[in-house]
Ligand binder design. Structure first.
Ligand code: GDD
Ligand code: MG
Length: 378
């Protein structure tokens, strides 16, 4: 069986991080996010994977090549102009070999049991099976009401609250029979959500919903991206990441502090788990790192710094006495001394923030911006 992963979107809600990196390539606990999906497919013996790329397309192939090191075969298909979620699949139809296939949105963190999903699809003799998950706010997803047999009654993308009749939404993973692609116009922008699914329902095709209770998260906003890190660090979703857990000071308990190769941590630094420190990172004396922090590879955290619940991408430099909480810092970013970054701030790659600035309240600053000393205060 082949799989298509949709990774062409621009990831606008995760700007400025996605100004320079497509959402599926953003690191999640220091591994490109999409690698978790590839590994999940591999675990279920789905090794022939097509990546439908568009926005900043080259980066995927230069990172994963043919996929051999992950035990899979990757094929890249580039869209010069975005074709929409379903148009992207129509575009790779000739590579699917006329067999049942699986589609994954490229921003879903899950440990879905794909075996059970396929079994359900076959048992229902479905033309399409849509994986469903319950959420608190269905209005930001695709709402999928079912009848008692699991058949989809309606598909309402981004419904208003008065349309909400269930908490089950489209979890972004589909099993599809190849014949249904005859409904899809070629070479046009066309989506599953507003195009194919409504068309199939109108034509009384067998569309079923598979209610999954697996862990599920769409990582597409800063809040969710931080939550994904937290959940992985807390073991809520059993996914492996590359770092070694160090022993706690009393050598009795697990520290839940995972440290990458060649990282140097001052004995005078204090670290509370769960926390991950990337390869070659340096933590200087009297730095305090509170729980739910992920420090990327090659970062340098200076003395007297406080970090908590934040994500630092690779190559960040944090100046003395700075504080970073509940925020995301892009690659190669330099913070001066006594800078405060708090309350869901997102800073783009290669920014330089001069000493004594205070960045707060959801500020987003684009890559390469330089902020002079003491310019921003709250
Ligand atoms: N190749 C390609 N071409 N990929 C695309 C395109 C395109 O034109 N447009 C979007 N994608 C990819 C994105 O990169 C992403 O991985 C995936 O398709 C879904 O796009 P999002 O932009 O993240 O959609 P969403 O989160 O608002 O809504 C979708 O996902 C929800 C679940 O997270 C819908 O499928 C909803 O119905 C669903 O509930
Ligand atoms: Mg999404």
């Amino acid at each position: 069986m082949k799989a298509v992963i949709l990774v062409g979107g621009e990831g606008t809600r995760l700007r400025p991080l996605t100004c320079t990196t497509p959402k599926p390539m953003l690191p999640l606990v220091n591994i490109p996010f999409i690698e978790y999906i590839i590994r999940l497919l591999k675990e279920h013996d789905i090794c022939d994977i097509i990546l439908s790329v568009g926005y900043i397309s080259d980066i995927f192939e230069s990172c994963f090549n043919d996929g051999g090191h992950l035990g899979v075969k990757l094929t890249y298909v580039v869209e010069d102009k975005l074709l929409g979620t379903c148009g992207a699949v129509k575009n790779v139809e000739s590579l699917l070999g006329g067999e049942t296939f699986i589609v994954f949105n490229g921003d879903i963190l899950t440990n879905l049991n794909i075996g059970q999903l396929l079994e359900y699809h076959r048992a229902k003799k479905a033309a399409v099976t849509i994986t469903l998950t319950p959420v608190e706010d269905p209005t930001i997803y695709g709402l999928v009401p079912l009848d008692n047999s699991g058949r989809v009654l309606e598909f309402l993308e981004k419904p208003s609250w008065d349309e909400v009749t269930t908490d089950l939404i489209n979890a972004g993973t589909y099993v599809i029979e190849p014949e249904v692609l005859r409904y899809v116009p070629g070479g046009e922008n066309y989506s599953f959500e507003r195009g194919l699914f409504p068309a199939l329902l109108e034509n009384r095709e067998r569309v079923f919903g598979f209610h999954s209770s697996a862990y599920w998260l769409d990582i597409g906003t800063p809040e969710k991206y931080l939550l994904a890190h937290k959940d992985i660090l807390e073991g809520k979703v059993s996914l492996e990441f590359i770092a070694q857990e160090i022993m706690s000071a009393d050598k009795q308990a697990k520290s839940r502090v995972w440290v990458g190769k060649r990282a140097k941590i001052s004995p005078e630094g204090t670290i509370f788990g769960p926390t991950v420190i990337g390869e070659n990172a340096v933590i200087e004396s009297h730095a305090t790192i509170f729980s739910h922090t992920t420090i990327g590879n090659n970062c340098r955290i200076s003395s007297g710094t406080v970090l908590e619940g934040c994500v630092l991408l690779d190559g960040c430099r944090i100046g003395e006495g700075s504080v970073v909480k509940n925020s995301i810092l892009g690659r190669g970013l330099k913070l001066g001394k006594k800078v405060h970054v708090e309350e869901m701030v997102v800073l783009g790659d290669n920014m330089k923030v001069g000493d004594e600035n205070h960045l707060k309240r959801g500020m987003k600053v684009w890559p390469d911006t330089e902020i002079e000393k003491g310019k921003i205060r709250f």
